[in-house]
Ligand binder design. Sequence first.
Ligand code: FMN
Length: 174
Amino acid sequence: MKDVLKAIEERSSTRGYSDVKLTEEELNTIIKAGLQAPTAANRQEIYFSVVDGDNPLLKEIHEEMLKGRPNGGQSFYYGAPTLFILSGPEDFYWSAVDAGIAVENMSLAAEGLGLGSVILGCIKDAMTGEKKAAFNEALKIPEGCVYLVALAVGHKAMEKTPHEFSEEKNVFRI
Ligand SMILES: Cc1cc2nc3c(=O)[nH]c(=O)nc-3n(C[C@H](O)[C@H](O)[C@H](O)COP(=O)(O)O)c2cc1C
């Protein structure tokens, strides 16, 4: 298991996965990392739908996504064996922030376990469009809640170096 700074340093979006499924232990560790994330006012209203990569529902979501993005041909979750779909209250000011924190906790947990992951926003329009009610029901998303973000996780079938960054451009020491 990597320590947290090493996981932050080495995490990079994985866009290619082997067929190897996650073990129950790996799944539980990643779910727990999401549940342990801080939430505004400790509301803990981020929900996690855990979907097997083979679930036909993902094909339906993909087809819905393609209606708005005719060029987005390949699997939106890059064939990962597991997809975590995070949802939360539509009318809560901090839902998106809470989901962002939870999804990064999960991504770092995956990295710590030696797994790859990629955060996915690309299905937002599909998840909140015409088929919202049907997708929400299939994913057990609670009443009043909406899709916020997703995380694909699996064994890496590709390596990519972490993104470059510039302290000079992005940091202001006041
Ligand atoms: C909110 C959010 C949404 C993202 N949506 C997608 C996506 O739909 N598809 C994808 O391939 N990557 C997606 N990414 C991954 C980013 O493209 C990636 O984090 C960025 O290019 C930096 O690369 P790195 O993660 O390898 O450091 C998303 C990342 C974030 C934070």
